[in-house]
Design a binder for this molecule. Sequence first.
Ligand code: AHG
Ligand code: MN
Ligand code: MN
Length: 339
Amino acid sequence: MGNTGMTAQRHIIGQERKYSQATGSLTGLLMDLIYASKVISREVNKAGIADVLGITGTKNIHGEEVKKLDEYANDRLFQAMDHGGHLCIMASEEQDEIIPIPDEFPKGKYVLLFDPLDGSSNIDVNVSIGTIFSIHRKKSDGENGKLEDCLQKGRDQVAAGYIIYGSSTMLVFTTGQGVNGYTLDPSVGEFILSHEDIKTPSKGIMYSINEGNANFWDEGTKKYIRYLKEKDTASGRPYSLRYIGSLVADFHRNLLQGGIFLYPADFKDPMKPKGKLRLLYEASPLAFIVEQAGGIATDGKNNILDIQPAELHQKVPLIIGCKKDVLKYQEFVANDSPI
Ligand code: AHG
Ligand code: MN
Ligand code: MN
């Protein structure tokens, strides 16, 4: 960790050069994404003084209030990504349908799925939020991408990452060759390699779950959380509860320090029979990152990366983090959970 003086651009180009067939298109795509994230970061940083706090007055497909910054981030990402010639189609948590590349621009071989702003409930109170992205290769015929290009298993991702707008802005991403973290130096406007080859501990010390939903959980989840509160044999103390309510921020802390994040299905809540989080924009990209860092993600039974998406805005229970912790959770729910 620290300032390596290596910009994200230089590091990513260096990695891509190792592959003889690489055309530079993935690097170009990532550079466009990095630009969008800097613009969003700037806006998030002055959120209290610019007119970007509060709601737009509309609801998204998930029935959630759309915040002004959700819409701003969504628009900036689209504008940065529509003309580079790297993408054939996009999809966003905030838009009902797939997003075509405008006719006037060239089409590329990649597919981009994103959660423009994760942690909306924290926007107005100056708590960390983020952007999550997932990149797939186009698999359909023809120039323009189709729905089927977006409905691919997480296992087939080419790259995935997130930007966390926290006490500093960081980009964390993987192309399937380990995970690297870059911190934005605001004085020069560059992401600098600061966390090379991130590995998560095999067992954590924290758990992150919205415990207010405890009455809605299945028996296995209830027993597992009770188990975490007992003295752990390895550390001699119970697990610590840490829950920010921004998935990116909870995930990032657990990735670096060791922990498990859970958003299980809320069986008795008619609004969340499959949990709250979205497979394509949240669960899959973070599952790809966590596996590359030595962790694992499950819906309780299936590895998140092996789930074949059936629809664009599909929700999924998400249990993600250190391998030993997630496998222990699976043991608890194996008998009790109706998943
Ligand atoms: P988003 O802001 O993109 O809609 O995501 C919301 C999220 C996620 O960031 C977080 O983990 C979860 O919602 C928190 O939900 P609860 O408030 O139900 O705990
Ligand atoms: Mn989100
Ligand atoms: Mn969001």
